[in-house]
Ligand binder design. Structure first.
Ligand SMILES: O=P(O)(O)OC[C@@H](O)[C@@H](O)c1c[nH]c2ccccc12
Length: 269
């Protein structure tokens, strides 16, 4: 967790408070009972990998009202309608921000979106405690995000193992070579490369291109953040990257699902 960016530090500090508050309202044991009573998860990684292996675009479409770097991104915000729009537009999976203080998300948004469609859903939040993993499954999530920059290796290992044991898939997110090395220590098929630098909020698609060579066979790359144009999509496909996580460019469009279909209409390589 060296060089943790300021905003990430702030978010993590707040997360620990949130978790302490949540534990008072409901014990982890109680949550575990709810998690264990959930039907099986929807197979987030599988939905992506099937498409990736066929060189089809595998798009995780994000439901995000606001972000610390952009402020409010979308005023007209109805998670159910957005989920339906994304499903119609051809999304493989959904991502829903559940962080309240920095992204104006909520756990209810994730449940509303998931209930509206049959797509697998990742709970997009900042995991720092085992409580949140149990909570994610109890809320019905199919996958969780683990951000390497936010965790020590031991925590990363423990949270990963716990998530898998609960039947969740995991997307491990990295932004540089050192983090990629850490991510690759875990036996996990999905690696997310975040093109956004969390120190500066600068976005460069070169982040994905630069880290690509480190990724061994059997791991599948999801390029995250900053995908806006058909040229961006084509540039990724030209490097054999078929997994995408896209938020803002869809969220700013009047019809997000239509935008998805337009951007990812099988791009010619
Ligand atoms: O809106 P964009 O630039 O398309 O990015 C989506 C997604 O990659 C971004 O929201 C994200 C990537 N990793 C995160 C971790 C926490 C919160 C948000 C994120």
């Amino acid at each position: 967790m060296t060089d943790t960016p300021t905003i990430l530090k702030k978010i993590i500090a707040r997360k620990h408070e949130e978790v302490s508050e949540a534990k008072l309202a409901r014990s982890e044991a109680a949550l575990l009972a709810v998690a264990d009573a959930q039907p099986p998860a929807r197979g987030f990684a599988n939905a992506l990998i099937q498409r990736i292996e066929n060189k089809q675009n595998a798009v995780i479409a994000e439901i995000k009202k606001a972000s610390p770097s952009k402020g409010v991104i979308r005023e007209d915000f109805n998670p159910e309608a957005l989920a339906l729009s994304y499903a119609k537009g051809g999304a493989a999976c959904l991502s829903v921000l559940t962080d309240k203080d920095f992204f104006q998300g909520s756990n209810a948004f994730m449940q509303q979106a998931r209930d509206a469609v049959a797509l697998p859903v990742i709970r997009k939040d900042f995991m720092v405690d085992s409580y949140q993993i149990t909570q994610s499954r109890a809320l019905g999530a199919d996958c969780v995000l683990l951000i390497v920059a936010a965790l020590e290796q031991q925590q990363l290992n423990d949270l990963h193992q716990q998530a898998i044991a609960l039947g969740l898939d995991v997307l491990i997110e990295v932004h540089n070579a050192a983090e990629m090395e850490q991510a690759l220590m875990l036996d996990n098929p999905l690696v997310g490369i975040n093109n956004r630098n969390l120190h500066t909020f600068d976005v460069s698609l070169d982040t994905t291109f630069e880290l690509l060579d480190m990724v061994p066979k059997g791991r599948h790359v999801i390029t995250e953040s900053g995908i806006f144009t058909a040229a961006d999509v084509a540039a990724m496909r030209a490097k054999d990257i078929y997994g995408f996580l896209v938020g803002e460019s869809f969220m700013r469009a009047p019809d997000p699902g239509e935008k998805l279909a337009e951007l990812f209409r099988e791009a010619v390589v």
